[in-house]
Design a protein around this ligand. Structure first.
Ligand SMILES: [Zn+2]
Length: 200
C-alpha cells in the first residue's frame, strides 16, 4: 500500500493519540483537515491554543475553569459544608445542569486504574484531604462513576477519610447504570442518585 505523504502521516499520528480515536478515525480527521479552508484551520488552531492558555485548574476544587476560584467555589451562597467528589470536570458540570445540588465539588482528575497505570498518587487526593481537614466540611458525597475503577476509588477515599470524626461520608445511590459514566446520565437519574445517597 502506498504510504501517506509525510504531513498527513504526522496529522494521523497526532489525531491517533487522542482518546477514543482509532486509526480509521485518525485518517478521516486528517483528510478532513486537508479539505478545510485556511480560515477554518486557523480557527481550529486558535481554539486549541486558547484552551491551553486560558484554562486553569481551580485552586480549591481542581476543576478545569477559566478563572480560579471557579464559579462554584467563589460563590458564597453555596453550601460550603458539603463536598461532592467526582472524577472529572464534565461530571461536575453534569451535576450542575441538574440545578438541585448546592454544595461544593472536588475533581479527582480520574479514577484509580492499575491497568492504565493510574494509582492514588495520580489523583488530587492530597488536595482533597487538605480540604477535609477543615472542620467546616460536614459531608463528603462520593460521586465517582459506577464502574470497577469508580467503585474502587470511592472505597479507597472512604478509607482515607475514616479518621475525620465529624465527617459523614456517603456514596451516591445506584440509580446510575452499572458501568455507567456520570456525565452521560440523564438529569432525573442523577438527581435520584444524589438524593438516595447512603453512608459508606
Ligand atoms: Zn472550584
Amino acid at each position: 500500500m502506498a504510504e501517506f505523504p509525510a504531513p498527513i502521516a504526522k496529522l494521523i499520528e497526532e489525531f491517533g493519540r487522542l482518546p477514543g480515536i482509532g486509526p480509521k478515525s485518525a485518517q478521516r480527521l486528517a483528510f478532513h483537515v486537508v479539505s478545510m479552508s485556511d480560515d477554518d484551520v486557523k480557527k481550529l488552531i486558535e481554539a486549541l491554543l486558547h484552551s491551553k492558555r486560558d484554562l486553569v485548574f481551580c485552586e480549591s476544587c481542581c476543576c478545569v475553569t477559566d478563572h480560579s476560584p471557579c464559579f462554584v467555589c467563589g460563590d458564597a451562597e453555596r453550601d460550603h459544608t458539603m463536598i461532592c467528589v467526582v472524577q472529572d470536570t464534565r461530571d461536575m458540570l453534569a451535576l450542575e445542569r441538574m440545578k438541585s445540588y448546592r454544595g461544593l465539588y472536588h475533581v479527582l482528575g480520574g479514577a484509580i486504574s492499575p491497568m492504565d497505570g493510574i494509582g492514588p498518587d495520580e489523583l488530587r487526593l492530597t488536595e482533597l484531604l487538605h480540604r477535609l481537614a477543615d472542620d467546616a466540611i460536614k459531608e463528603m458525597i462520593l460521586a465517582t462513576n459506577s464502574t470497577v475503577e469508580g467503585e474502587a476509588t470511592a472505597s479507597y477515599i472512604a478509607r482515607l477519610a475514616h479518621h475525620f470524626e465529624n465527617l459523614a461520608v456517603t456514596r451516591i445511590a445506584h440509580g446510575l447504570p452499572i458501568g455507567g459514566d456520570l456525565e452521560y446520565a440523564d438529569e432525573a437519574t442523577l438527581a435520584r442518585a444524589l438524593e438516595f445517597r447512603r453512608p459508606i
